[in-house]
Design a protein around this ligand. Sequence first.
Ligand code: KIV
Length: 266
Amino acid sequence: MSKKNITVRSLLEMKSAVEKICVLTSYDASFTRLIEDAGVEVILVGDSLGMVIQGQESTLPVTLDEMIYHTRNAARAREYSLLVADMPFMSYRSPSLAMESAGRLMKEGGAHMVKLEGGTPQLEAIRQLASQGIPVCGHLGLLPQSVHKLGGYRVQGREQRDASLIREDARLLQDAGVDMLVLECVPDQLAAQVATELSIPVIGIGAGPDCDGQVLVLYDMLGINPHPPRFVKNFLQSGRTIQEALKAYVDAVKSGDFPTAEHSFK
Ligand code: KIV
């Protein structure tokens, strides 16, 4: 089936039209093909591959070369979706390093957009990436690359002060030039506020039903993570095939049936 190429512009149009954006992680060519066939608009080659592919305890050990390898594999199968690649831990610790890492993910990996974690400390890198025409996705709330600083994988933004900081960071990221924002593990009301306040698409993961789109880690929604986070739903139930599970995810996101209160935080 040939579909319209998804671009930064089409994602903005989907936000304006209040059409939910479907995002899923993929790390190889075979799943990328199945995920696209199911109708997912954005494919994220996440550094979650450190855990689900490599069996590491966190995303921290993932290298830029490994991200490029997996992005290139996904890029070979991608036909119309927007391909986003995570910038791994320490690959954007200065604006010039961020430029070099993003350049490699795009030139060697075939990514259309790069994603990096954090707010204020990343603003200068984001400005420089945007000035070179590199689309950027921000990531706020639970930052897996900062797991040791955060003291674990915990919900962020429950205190008033933390919630205000996340809202302020989101606005600063948008002003610096990010084209999309992932909000991870924050109370649903805070995510709804951020999605309303920003003009760019806000994609939630454990962030309630009112974001402009949803993302999950592929292996979590296929139920093959033995310790899934609470916000995950296993779509590979009831004797479904993998293709049916992917389609069920897309349908549930588009119709607003996923996530429910059960998969959200207060
Ligand atoms: O690495 C990843 O898969 C991610 C998602 C959890 C958003 O960043």
